[in-house]
Design a protein around this ligand. Structure first.
Ligand code: NAP
Length: 334
C-alpha cells in the first residue's frame, strides 16, 4: 500500500525560540517495512522541552538533530505492517518515531503498550518519560524523607506534577512553583500539593519563605534561572537539588544563566546533582510497576493536555511549552 508520509524536518538551528523558517514541511511516499522491520502510523506525538536543546549544535546527552533530518520525537503509534517477529499488526507501541505520520523501525527502543491498563497518551506521561524522570530523579537523586519539605518547579507540567505527587506519597510537605493562579489551584485542589507558589505574581522569595518556613530539603528543578536562585536562598542544611532541566534557559540566545548565589550550597552543606532518566533503564520495569500501582489506587493522577490539529500543527504546538500554555503533559494527536 502506498501511503503519503508528512514530516517536519529541521531546516536551520534556531537562535531563541524556534521560528517558522527553522522548519521544513515535507511530504513523500511512506517507506515500506523491510525484513525484520515494522511500519507504524503515529497517533500521539510527545512534545518535550528537551526538543529545543536537540536543535542546538554541540555535545549533549544525545547527538543534535542534523539539518534536513526529521525532528526527533517520542510517540505512540499503531503497527500497520510487520515483518518483525516481535510485533503484530494492530499493536500499540511507544518509540522515538520522529515528527512524522509514518515511520519504519527495526524495533530498537520500541515497546508494546497495554492500552487495557491505561489510555495510550498516559504512556507518554506517567507511564513514560514523565513518570520515569519523576521517579528516579526524586527517589534516587532527591532521596526525600517523610516530613521533609520538597519544592518542585514547573510543577503543573508533566514531570513536575508527577514529582510533587510522588513526594506526597512518600510523606513529604510539597510546594509547587508554577506560572499563574489557575495552575496553582490545580496543584493544590486537584493534585494534592500542600501549597503552590505563583512565580508570575512576584515576590517569589517571600512566598517561599512563607510556604517553607523551615527551609527546603529537596528541590526538584525543571526551570533553572531566577527560580533556582530564589530556592537556593532558602535551602535547609543538607539539602539535595535535583537538576532535572532548565526550561527557562533553553531559548536564550546567550549562554544559560547560572545561579549567582551558588555558594549557598557550601553554606548549607547542600548538593546539586544532574541526572538523565535513561541512566536507570535497567530499572524501568520496577518504576513502571510502582507508577501503575499508584495510578490504579488513585494516589497518583495522570494529567495529559491533548492538542488536536494533526501533524501540521507541530511547530506552533511545541511553542506552547515555552509559553506555559500546558497543564500536564503536552501531546499532539495526529
Ligand atoms: P512541562 O513541565 O510539561 O512543560 C514545560 C513548563 O515549563 C511549562 O508548562 C511552563 O510552566 C514552564 N516554563 C516554560 N518556560 C518557562 C520559563 N521561562 N520560566 C519558568 N517556567 C517556564 O515539560 P516536561 O516535559 O515535564 O519537562 C519539564 C522539565 O523536565 C524540563 O526542564 C525537561 O527538560 C526536564 N526533563 C528532564 C529529564 C531528565 O532525564 N533529566 C527528562 C524529561 C524532562 P509555567 O506555566 O509554570 O511556567
Amino acid at each position: 500500500m502506498t501511503l503519503t508520509n508528512a514530516q517536519w524536518r529541521l531546516a536551520a538551528r534556531p537562535s531563541g525560540l524556534p521560528k517558522a523558517a527553522d522548519w521544513q514541511y515535507t511530504e513523500e511516499p511512506a517507506a515500506e517495512a523491510g525484513d525484520g522491520q515494522i511500519r507504524v502510523a503515529v497517533q500521539y506525538l510527545s512534545l518535550d522541552p528537551a526538543m529545543r536543546s536537540w536543535m542546538n549544535p554541540g555535545r549533549s546527552y544525545v547527538p543534535p538533530v542534523g539539518i534536513g533530518e526529521v525532528m526527533r520525537a517520542g510517540g505512540i503509534a499503531e503497527v500497520i505492517d510487520s515483518r518483525h517477529r516481535g510485533f503484530e499488526v494492530g499493536q500499540t507501541v511507544f518509540g522515538t518515531f520522529g515528527v512524522q505520520a509514518y515511520a519504519v523501525s527495526d524495533g530498537t527502543g520500541v515497546s508494546v503498550v497495554d492500552t487495557a491498563l491505561a489510555p495510550a497518551p498516559v504512556y507518554l506521561n506517567t507511564l513514560g518519560t514523565g513518570g520515569l524522570t519523576a521517579y528516579f530523579g526524586l527517589l534516587e537523586v532527591g532521596r526525600p524523607e517523610a516530613g521533609q519539605t520538597v519544592v518542585v518547579s514547573a510543577a503543573a507540567g508533566s514531570v513536575g506534577s508527577i514529582t510533587g505527587q510522588l513526594a506526597k506519597i512518600h510523606g513529604c510537605r510539597v510546594v509547587g512553583i508554577a506560572g499563574g493562579a489557575e495552575k496553582c489551584r490545580v496543584l493544590v485542589e486537584e493534585l494534592g500539593f500542600d501549597a503552590a507558589v505563583d512565580y508570575k505574581a512576584g515576590e517569589l522569595r517571600a512566598q517561599l519563605r512563607e510556604q517553607a518556613p523551615d527551609g527546603i530539603d529537596v528541590f526538584f528543578d525543571n526551570v533553572g534561572g531566577e527560580i533556582l536562585e530564589a530556592v537556593l536562598s532558602r535551602l535547609a542544611r543538607g539539602a539535595r537539588i535535583v537538576l532535572s532541566g532548565a526550561v527557562s534557559q533553553y531559548n536564550t540566545a546567550d549562554a544559560p544563566r547560572g545561579p549567582a548565589n551558588y555558594m549557598q550550597l557550601l553554606v548549607n552543606r547542600a548538593s546539586m546533582t544532574g541526572f538523565v532518566f535513561t541512566d536507570y533503564a535497567n530499572r524501568f520495569p520496577e518504576a513502571t510497576k510502582a507508577l501503575a500501582g499508584w495510578l490504579a489506587d488513585g494516589s497518583l493522577v495522570s494529567r495529559e493536555h491533548l492538542l488536536d490539529g494533526g501533524i501540521g500543527a507541530f511547530p506552533e504546538a511545541l511553542l506552547k511549552l515555552f509559553a506555559g500554555e500546558n497543564t500536564g503533559k503536552l501531546i499532539l494527536a495526529l
